[in-house]
Design a protein around this ligand. Structure first.
Ligand SMILES: [Cu+2]
Length: 397
């Protein structure tokens, strides 16, 4: 009788082992290791994005420049060109992005930043953006929510040839309509738009109204760009392998890191306020798949714009939680009338605890005590065939 029970247990274990091996481990191995071509950066390229991408190893990534940012996202610098046009430059680059002190993820970003610098223009103003591609893959830039002529829409093969590595493309359009908008890569082609956005290629595009009276008054504004990542051991960003048709079958990565302006709590910048101020917060969901019910403690706020477009006064909702879907932007106006250190976080609480948290902090109200450091997400999941025990395994003994 005892013997039968043990045999039964052994069979169960054997089944679990076989299912794990064939359903999980082998496809992962196949996906990551079968897509190899020779490469010069951390990632490879060929004319055809499918089958060209290699999962870079932790040591490939370690060679990339480490980029970091302290403080708010900076505004994109511009010049007024001789023909009177406001001219910006965005350079798509590959680097390691520090999302928390000492923790980094393989990223593609604009001008060495995640998110890219904020482009600011006034309603109707003519802007020119010269995009240089320093990646090893083709790319493009789409102006999300901006009513551009179709030739400027940044969709490779539909409206333009993809921007090849080393090449530049010049976009030119009138900044219309006003509001919280953004820009992001539309991929090398149709199969790589999600991959390139998940690698970090996005930034805010704020178009101020021509007539300030058209928008509710505020004392200070903050832009919070929300994004999700799948960080693996050694800072590997699994988005590299998420090329549609290359084995992912449209699967969504297993996101384990959620950032506000490229940083994970407690490294996020607090929204600093003073009692009596009216604060405008522009949320931009620059992610590809996750929704974020952003929740504020201690305050109810007014939702004044959605997708950058002003909501008529009578239709404005008073909320304490507002969900921002992928590709959406939401502007809220907060009356800073309840001094204290308050949480402002995603109420998909797994996102909050994996980084998507910041503070709505009144001057003079510090957190009661320091947060213990967030566990290192990148040490928790090993990509098949990429294990580097010495560098990345947590010491659990
Ligand atoms: Cu969320």
């Amino acid at each position: 009788m005892n013997d039968l029970i043990w045999r039964f247990r052994f069979n169960i274990l054997l089944t679990i082992f076989l299912v794990t091996t064939f359903v999980y481990y082998l496809p992962m191995r196949f996906l990551y290791l079968n897509l190899v071509t020779p490469h010069h950066g951390a990632t490879a390229t060929s004319n055809n994005s499918m089958g060209s991408m290699m999962m870079p190893t932790a040591s490939d990534i370690a060679k990339l420049p480490l980029k970091t940012r302290t403080g708010e996202i900076s505004d994109a610098p511009f010049i007024i060109s001789p023909d009177g046009v406001k001219e910006f430059r965005l350079t798509a680059q590959e680097f390691r992005w520090e999302y928390q002190p000492g923790k980094f993820i393989h990223a593609w970003g604009y001008n060495g930043m995640v998110p890219g610098p904020t482009i600011r223009a006034t309603e109707g103003e003519k802007v020119r953006v010269i995009v240089k591609n320093e990646l090893n893959v083709d790319t493009s830039v789409h102006w999300h929510g901006v009513d551009v002529p179709w030739q400027q829409d940044g969709v490779p093969y539909l409206t333009q040839a993809p921007i090849k590595p080393g090449q530049e493309f010049t976009y030119e359009f009138n900044a219309l309509p006003s509001g919280t908008r953004f820009y992001h890569s539309h991929g090398a082609d149709h199969t790589t738009a999600a991959q390139q956005m998940d690698m970090g290629l996005s930034g805010a595009f704020i178009i101020a109204p021509k007539d300030k009276e058209d928008f509710p008054a505020f004392d200070k504004e903050y832009t919070l760009v929300l994004d999700e990542w799948n960080v693996l051991a050694g800072g590997i960003n699994s988005a590299i392998g998420h090329v549609h048709g290359a084995g992912t079958m449209g699967a969504v990565p297993d996101y384990n890191l959620f950032t506000i302006n490229g940083h994970a709590f407690p490294a996020t910048e607090p929204v600093m306020v003073k009692k009596g101020e009216k604060i405008l917060i522009r949320f931009i969901n620059a992610g590809t798949a996750a929704y974020h019910p952003m929740h504020m403690h201690g305050h109810n706020f007014t939702v004044v714009a959605k997708d950058g477009n002003l909501i008529p006064k009578v239709a404005r909702e008073t909320r304490n939680t507002i969900t921002i879907q992928p590709g959406e932007t939401v502007d809220i106006l907060v009356d800073a009338n309840n001094p204290g250190p308050w949480m402002l976080h995603c109420h998909h609480v797994h996102h909050a605890t994996a980084g998507m948290t910041t503070l709505f902090q009144y001057e003079g109200y510090e957190p009661l005590m320091p947060e213990p450091p967030m566990p290192d997400m990148s040490a928790m999941m090993m990509p098949a065939g990429q294990m580097d025990m010495t560098e990345s395994m947590p010491h659990t003994h």
